[in-house]
Design a protein around this ligand. Structure first.
Ligand code: TYD
Ligand code: MG
Length: 441
């Protein structure tokens, strides 16, 4: 005789327990725990097994939109049968981007757009604002997930856009409408539909106040790719970032600007970064590779005599210990008293950088602020600094040098033994104690 067992599950958060409880220990809601009779072990149909030689690989043809910033971040286009999520703060431009993508894809593929969040009138007014002529694109504002699945299985579109997944509901779900449990169930059903029918799904998802996708990252584990659309306040810039991608690299960035008639691509983001560059003490320019492209980023240091006993170290956008370590190396070899100085350090824009090749830039930003002297104009700084004060070469120098030339950088400040082929002037140093010569005149 097979052993039968029963489990209880919370229909709000899907927490599972072997005994009934009045209050869910996970989400703290009352009367949400219900009995789910589990199938007796032994009743299930055994899984079919096969060796890999019997599996034929279909060449994956990626679906390109022609919107290069999007195509690059997706890893070279959306893969048929993949399930991607586009998330970000409300009002950041998710619906706008989805509509641009849908229109572009509809030139080649059959695309359905389900706007579970907005009425068709609202979608039409956005489409008019974006000057989108979407005759080939079909829309529905039905938020029922079963209807959506039935339509897609019958009509077999190549791409389905859902705006948003949180607004879809499942009629006969044991989980409460709008709960994390139902969101998980919706994602699971969509994933199955995508894989079984080779339909690519791109769904938008809200973000909570804490900055995570609603449903404690639940969806991120289920889906193939997660893209974040974030705001960069200064130039109405929107940064598209891949944080998970089963079909491409993560950390890839795309840049758009939000304009009157929708999102416009910004292929030359470094031009904008450079426009803002100041030629002041404490400011230096470094280059940092994010995904596949180098970004020119300004480091800003402010070093000043401390007023209180304990000097302050306030660092943002870069690892705190990296700055403290470089300050300690300079203190040791240049006999500079950073111990009696406050250090404030930040990165331009909302970028976060993590790279040892920024070491030399950090050192020069600190020294430039300490001596109140700017570095030579249009200099790009690249080098690692070891604990013994030696300046070391960095990897991928060719990529950085090419970007520097493209944007009119005149001078590269590098390690003595850095090999580089460039038309820029180079200033090379082998140890941090030589760096003071830059500020001595
Ligand atoms: P939307 O795509 O609706 O954001 P989300 O779906 O992420 O909530 O975009 C909302 C904002 O974008 C809104 O404040 C108006 C602005 N916007 C423009 O500036 N230009 C445009 O062409 C469009 C469609 C929107
Ligand atoms: Mg929206």
């Amino acid at each position: 005789m097979t052993k039968k067992s029963s489990i209880y599950s919370c229909n709000n958060c899907s927490y599972q327990t072997i005994k009934w409880l009045g209050c869910c220990p996970d989400c703290q809601r009352f009367d949400t725990i219900k009995l789910i009779p589990a199938k007796a072990v032994g009743q299930a149909i055994p899984a079919a097994l096969s060796d890999l030689s019997t599996i034929t690989l279909e060449p994956t043809k990626r679906m390109l939109t022609g919107i290069k910033e999007w195509d690059r971040v997706t890893g070279g286009g959306i893969v048929p049968g993949s399930f991607s999520i586009l998330t970000g703060d409300p009002g950041i431009g998710k619906s706008t981007l989805l509509l641009h993508i849908a229109q572009q894809l509809a030139n080649t593929y059959k695309v359905f757009y389900f706007s579970s969040e907005e009425s068709l009138e609202q979608v039409k007014s956005r489409a008019e604002r974006l000057h989108i002529q979407a005759q080939k694109l079909l829309f529905s504002d039905d938020p029922n997930l079963e209807s959506l699945l039935a339509t897609c299985i019958q009509e077999k579109p190549a791409v389905v856009i859902i705006d948003s997944i949180q607004n879809c509901y499942i009629t006969d779900s044991p989980a409460l409408s709008g709960s994390i449990g139902q969101l998980k169930e919706a994602a699971f059903k969509l994933m199955r539909m995508a894989k079984e029918n080779r339909i690519a799904i791109i769904a938008s998802g809200h973000i909570t106040k804490e900055g995570v996708m609603a449903g404690p990252k639940t969806l991120e584990h289920l889906v193939d790719a997660v893209f974040y659309l974030q705001g960069e306040d200064r130039w109405q810039t929107r940064v598209l970032r891949s944080v998970k991608n089963r079909f491409g690299t993560v950390c890839e960035l795309g840049f758009f600007s939000m304009e009157e008639h929708g999102l416009k691509e910004m292929p030359n983001i470094n031009e904008h970064l450079l426009e803002e560059l100041s030629h002041n003490p404490g400011s230096v320019l470094i280059s940092f590779i994010e995904g596949s492209r180098p970004l020119l980023i300004e480091l800003q240091a402010l070093v000043l005599q401390s007023k209180y006993g304990i000097p302050q170290r306030v660092v943002s956008g870069i690892d705190h210990t990296q700055v403290v370590l470089i300050a300690a190396i300079l203190e040791k070899y240049l006999h500079i008293k950073f111990g009696t100085h406050d250090i404030f350090f930040k990165i331009s824009g909302s970028f976060k950088i993590k790279s040892a090749s920024a070491d030399l830039g950090i050192a020069l930003a600190l020294l430039s602020s300490y001596f109140q002297k700017p570095l030579p104009e249009k200099s790009l700084i690249l080098g690692e600094v070891s604990l013994t004060g030696q300046i070391k070469p960095i990897n991928q120098m060719t990529v950085h040098a090419a970007e520097a030339e493209k944007f009119g950088i005149q001078r590269l400040i590098l390690a003595q033994n850095q090999k580089v082929d460039t038309s820029c002037k180079t200033l090379k140093f082998s140890h941090v104690y030589e760096l003071v010569t830059l500020f001595s005149e």
